[in-house]
Design a protein. Structure first.
Length: 187
C-alpha cells in the first residue's frame, strides 16, 4: 500500500502542512539555550530549580552549584533540572505574544499607560525579581492577565470572559509587529 501519492493534491497539502509544523518546532527549539537560561536566572530561581531536583537534602548541592555556570554542573544533575519554566518570554513564541499584548495595551490605552507601567514595575520588582525584558514566559502570562484585569477595571468593563479581549489584544499586537501572517493559525 502506498502511503504518499505525490499526484494527489490532498496528500501534497498534508505534506506541506506537516513540513511547516516541523519547521516551526525546529525554530522554537533553536531558541532554547540552557546556558543562557541558567545565566539569566537569579539565585532564588537557581536554588528553587536545584532543590526541585535534589529535595531538602540537597542544600549541599545547592551551595556547590548555585553560582556555577551551567556547563560546570554535572550532567546527571542537569538532566534532572527542568529549565523550560525559566525560559525568557522573548525566546518563546507564547511568551512574546504575552509581552506584545502588554505593549499593545500600553500603546492603545494611553489614558491608562501610566497606571499599567506602574503595575509592570511593581510586578517586576516585587513578584518576578526581573526586568520586563527578562521575564519568563509564565511570568509574562501572569503579568499579561494582571494588566488585562487592570485595564478592564479602569475602563469600567466587567466581563465574564476577560481572556477573549486579551487574546484579541495579543493577536492585534502580533499583527502590528509583523509576527502574524496568514496561515500561521492553520488558515
Amino acid at each position: 500500500m502506498k502511503i504518499f501519492d505525490s499526484n494527489n493534491p490532498k496528500h501534497f497539502k498534508i505534506l506541506l502542512e506537516e513540513l511547516r509544523r516541523a519547521k516551526n518546532l525546529l525554530n522554537e527549539g533553536s531558541h532554547f539555550n540552557a546556558d543562557e537560561i541558567w545565566a539569566d536566572m537569579p539565585e532564588s530561581d537557581r536554588e528553587h530549580a536545584l532543590l526541585a531536583v535534589t529535595g531538602n537534602n540537597g542544600s549541599d548541592l545547592v551551595n556547590t552549584y548555585i553560582s556555577n555556570e551551567w556547563d560546570q554542573i554535572p550532567s546527571n544533575i542537569q538532566d534532572s533540572i527542568d529549565l523550560s519554566e525559566y525560559q525568557l518570554a522573548n525566546d518563546d513564541k507564547d511568551g512574546r505574544i504575552y509581552l506584545n499584548g502588554i505593549k499593545y495595551m500600553i500603546k492603545n490605552r494611553p489614558e491608562h499607560a501610566t497606571v499599567i507601567q506602574k503595575l509592570i514595575k511593581k510586578y517586576c520588582t516585587d513578584s518576578a525579581n526581573r526586568t520586563f525584558e527578562k521575564l519568563t514566559s509564565s511570568q509574562a502570562r501572569e503579568l499579561n492577565l494582571k494588566v488585562m484585569k487592570l485595564v478592564n477595571q479602569l475602563s469600567g468593563t466587567t466581563t465574564n470572559k476577560p481572556a477573549s479581549a486579551g487574546i484579541g489584544s495579543m493577536i492585534d499586537a502580533d499583527k502590528a509587529s509583523g509576527k502574524y501572517h496568514r496561515g500561521s493559525l492553520g488558515d
